[in-house]
Write a protein that binds this ligand. Sequence first.
Ligand code: HOZ
Length: 429
Amino acid sequence: MLYQRSSALFEEAQKVIPGGVNSPVRAFTAVGGTPIFVEKAKGAYLYDADGNTLIDYINSWGPMILGHAHQPVVDAVIEKAKKGTSFGMPTQIETEIAALAVRMVPNVDKIRFVNSGTEACMSAVRLARGYTNKDKIIKFAGCYHGHSDSFLIQAGSGAVTFGTPNSPGVTKGTAQDTLLARYNDIAHVEQIVAENKNEIACIIIEPVAGNMGCIPPAEGFLQALRLVCDIHNILLIFDEVMTGFRLAKGGVQELYGVRADIVTFGKVIGGGLPVGAFAAREEIMNHLAPLGPVYQAGTLSGNPLAMAAGLAMLTELNNNTEIFDSLAKKTEYLHKGLANVMQQNNVAHTINRIGSMISIHFSETPVTDFKTAAEANGENFKTFFHGMLREGIYIAPSAFETWFLCDALTYEDLDTTIKAAATVAKTLQ
Ligand code: HOZ
């Protein structure tokens, strides 16, 4: 495959955009090489600036669960755009998507739309602090809740990919209110809670972690967290930016039968347009301005194009919940195929999977938290990434990310992917 045009475009971009990208992981720094510039995408395929076709396992980092340029979503956006693209005033479609979202998700009465997952998590924590009148929060090492200051403490995703899990620019004052726990380690959470009695407003967690590769919660872990929160009057925030409307209609709350106090969304809820949201029971949400004292606002919040894309997407997922099962089956098929080729070539590996989220760590031991994810063989990951790319398969350019499957993928695509992995596995240690 040739990347001449992508290389030239990257050169140009670097002159006017820091690192040539608007989000760091895209720069390929972690795996080396030149980022691929996309021309267009349709269904499960990306078409790049050099005329290459790639099977896409990122799907814009999650939103495109039905595949790229899905016709009902595209049509909804075009129709809306003809009527104006932003008003900064209420529109009926905001109520329509809000009503649908709160019907689909358990334990929430009201939802507020924002523009990104970062904004959703940042606002959810402010709401939790305002509601409980407490300052400290617990987050988990390797979890990523966007790039707002409180969360850039041992953060996953791009932050750890670039070796800055604690970013310069975050003040000591902010950092001291973020307490750090080990994922899947309830004893550690209990210890931190005991050491900070009556000071913790909320525990925020990716209930299925997706920013250190894919790491599902250990059995009983989410239930135990719920109990700790109930006992100590702490709000439990599920960051479902990746998992919401992807793993099930009602997300992880539905899948694991565990209730969260506040849930944050992004990605799928916007149908590929910039949308985030946070939702909770009425008594919590009513603390938000204009009803309550906790301030949060945005000119483009509830933007009509974004709402139209999100509504078309959620409507389809609500009407056809079989998609979640069919995606899970495809992901299981891919898992088995990849595991087989790695075993046949004696490559140490761990594949974690749940629903349509999957990732591979080149590790002999189970990957259950940030430490075990970070101990995996990074060189093998780089070789694997570039090998797959040469074979026409696009996976995330970092081991600290998850692959997201889309409904447009066929079993033929999956077989092509497994065949590619068989070729690449021969080059791994
Ligand atoms: N941090 C994002 C994924 N976890 C990457 C977003 C992007 O580069 O588009």
